[in-house]
Design a protein around this ligand. Structure first.
Ligand SMILES: [Zn+2]
Ligand SMILES: [Zn+2]
Length: 273
């Protein structure tokens, strides 16, 4: 599987809003988190960052089978506003659907393809979406999942597992993605793993990293260190880092990560498993 990290940042991102500090000015941009996974048969995106439209155009991605959301926080679902435009379809956008303009205004061959995709999310995330933005909940192709489900999307096998999301605590998913005997794990917002052992022994682990660098992130440093050691991945890629909040340059963060045997993430970095 070909993997592209679409966003390596956390909720604030780099640069931070309305900030021109030297860390914001000098660091590479960190968009909010999403991960693109492609095989010959399937394209899946984990999380829907607020910058999703730009991120997917940057990678030339116009067909996605499924979006799988870890939880309902804005930095993981802000892209649903963009996907809503895609789900709405051409006829609704231009006014054919409600008969504001005649249906024969456009020849069929003139019209763009209406994208088709599915979105998987927890009951809790669906509840938040229904309360906060009912028009999105109504229009988007949503399917609820729990950590007891397994998603088979083309030749990808995706297994959601529970993680403990601090600030505050509610049901949050990580995802283990299997393809041709290889395993990728994605758990961006996480204090600790829970009983389910899906998080272990990944070839590639994309995971919360902020707490390693003098920030609370989603938990305390010793807990995160213990969790990463326990996960025992072949390669561990740290997400949720932020030069502006941690007051460290990218090089300082990279050196600190590498001292511990981990890798600092970067937007649009690619991996292959
Ligand atoms: Zn700043
Ligand atoms: Zn969160």
């Amino acid at each position: 599987m070909d993997i592209t990290l679409l966003g390596s940042g956390e909720a604030v991102g780099v640069p931070a809003p309305l900030c021109g500090c030297r860390y914001c000015a000098q660091s590479p941009r960190r968009r909010r988190p999403s991960l693109l996974i492609e095989t010959n048969q399937s394209t899946v995106v984990l999380d829907a960052s607020p910058e999703l439209k730009e991120q997917l155009h940057e990678t030339g991605t116009t067909e996605v089978d499924a979006f799988c959301l870890t939880h309902h926080h804005y930095d993981h679902v802000g892209g649903l506003y963009e996907l809503n435009h895609a789900a709405m379809g051409f006829d609704a956008h231009v006014g054919i659907e409600d008969e504001y303009i005649p249906a024969d205004t456009f020849e069929d061959v003139e019209k763009p393809r209406d994208p088709e995709f599915s979105i998987y999310l927890t009951e809790t995330a669906l509840g938040h979406l229904t309360d906060s933005t009912p028009h999105l909940a109504e229009q988007l192709p949503l399917h609820t999942i729990t950590h007891d489900d397994v998603l088979n999307i083309g030749d990808l096998r995706i297994v959601p597992f529970p993680v403990d999301h601090a600030r505050s605590r509610f049901d949050t998913l990580g995802f283990a993605v299997y393809h041709n005997g290889k395993k990728l794990v994605y758990a961006p917002d996480m204090w600790e793993f829970m009983d389910d052992t899906e998080y272990k022994n990944a070839d590639l682990l994309f995971v919360e990293g902020a707490a390693l660098f003098r920030a609370f992130g989603h938990g305390e440093e010793p807990d995160l260190r213990a969790a990463l050691t326990d996960a025992d991945a072949e390669r561990t890629i740290l997400l949720n880092v932020n030069e502006h909040l941690q007051r460290m340059t990218t090089d300082e963060l990279r050196r600190a990560a590498e001292r511990d045997g981990y890798e600092l993430s970067e937007d649009f970095e690619t991996y292959n498993l």
